[in-house]
Design a binder for this molecule. Structure first.
Ligand SMILES: C[S@@+](CC[C@H](N)C(=O)[O-])C[C@H]1O[C@@H](n2cnc3c(N)ncnc32)[C@H](O)[C@@H]1O
Length: 284
């Protein structure tokens, strides 16, 4: 019997080989940084163009949420929380709009299944991405620092009502996983705009690694019990290009443990073609 998950077993790849062959494999981080920061049009970067961070609440339209119909989500923000050290998620960030629209437009390509897919979101902030994904998959667990959770809960209630297929939990990157996380299996881990400070990149990668290892280990025991193969746990992380040094540190850590691809811009809305990037990966 083949051990699972196994990097050589194509049946357990989290995306089809056809689609992966369209993604750019990151094997040289310096080359990746050169392409992103030196070859792109930095003068044209327009950070935060899709969100109004000073408003008490913002209405964000996400395309194709229900079939080909868009949905307008109302996201409440809290500017005053931003003055607390380490709090950045009490306002919305561009990458959550970018990723939300990428997933709704390409749900089949990313194999999102309303009856099966389980997603974990790290650093959910105001919650737009998790709220969007809740319409496309079976279960979404949204996580952040404790201080963010009440605003997150408010936004979930406001947009999805009381009974939802979402949960929220405190999850601090770099710390050992809370006991109830150790029992859970995820298909996809997502994070929007969570790579921005050098003190956080190593912690974020550690948490990704801890969760993917545990989730894949659960899948392995399920396989041993049932003989049914599952896909390896994957991540999709989208971010604005800000600091090349933080980005370099993050990618260097990331590719040590993960096979990482950059998703081509053809999957991304026109508004986010320049100054953003999205990575897809799974354990080596
Ligand atoms: C720039 S905000 C992005 C928020 C949201 N994902 C978005 O795109 O609008 C970064 C998020 O990471 C969370 N974060 C920062 N450091 C963290 C840590 N050590 N552990 C867990 N979450 C953290 C922040 O609370 C915040 O919600």
């Amino acid at each position: 019997m083949t051990a699972l998950p196994n990097a050589g077993d194509v049946e357990t790849l989290p995306l089809s080989l056809d689609l992966l062959s369209e993604f750019a494999l990151i094997d040289d981080v310096y080359d990746e940084l050169f392409q992103l920061y030196s070859e792109s049009d930095q003068a044209g970067w327009q950070h935060n163009h899709a969100v109004k961070q000073k408003a008490g609440s913002v209405e964000i339209e996400v395309e194709n949420v229900k079939g080909n119909k868009s949905a307008v989500f109302t996201v409440m923000q809290n500017q005053s929380l931003l003055s607390k050290r380490g709090i950045t998620g009490s306002v919305l960030w561009d990458s959550s709009v970018m990723l939300s629209n990428m997933f709704t437009k390409h749900r089949e390509l990313f194999e999102l299944d309303p009856s099966a897919t389980r997603i974990l979101e790290l650093g959910s902030g105001c919650g737009l991405l998790g709220i969007t994904l809740a319409s496309l998959v079976k279960q979404v667990l949204m996580t952040d620092q404790y201080e963010m959770l009440s605003l997150l809960a408010k936004n979930i209630r406001r947009n999805l009502g009381e009974n939802t297929n979402t949960d929220i939990a405190e999850l601090m990157w770099g710390e050992s996983l809370p006991p109830d996380f150790r029992k859970r299996t995820f298909d996809l881990i997502v994070a929007s705009d969570c790579v921005y400070h050098e003190s956080l990149t190593g912690k974020l990668v550690k948490t990704l690694l801890d969760i993917c290892k545990l989730s894949d280990a659960h899948k392995l025991s399920e396989f041993e019990e049932t003989g049914v193969k599952s896909k390896r746990t994957a991540f999709i992380l989208g971010q604005e290009l800000r600091s090349d040094t933080v980005h370099l540190e993050f990618l260097t850590d990331l590719i040590e443990s993960f096979i990482v691809y950059r998703i081509p811009t053809k999957f991304v809305m026109d508004d986010f073609q320049n100054g953003y990037c999205i990575y897809f990966g799974f354990l080596r």
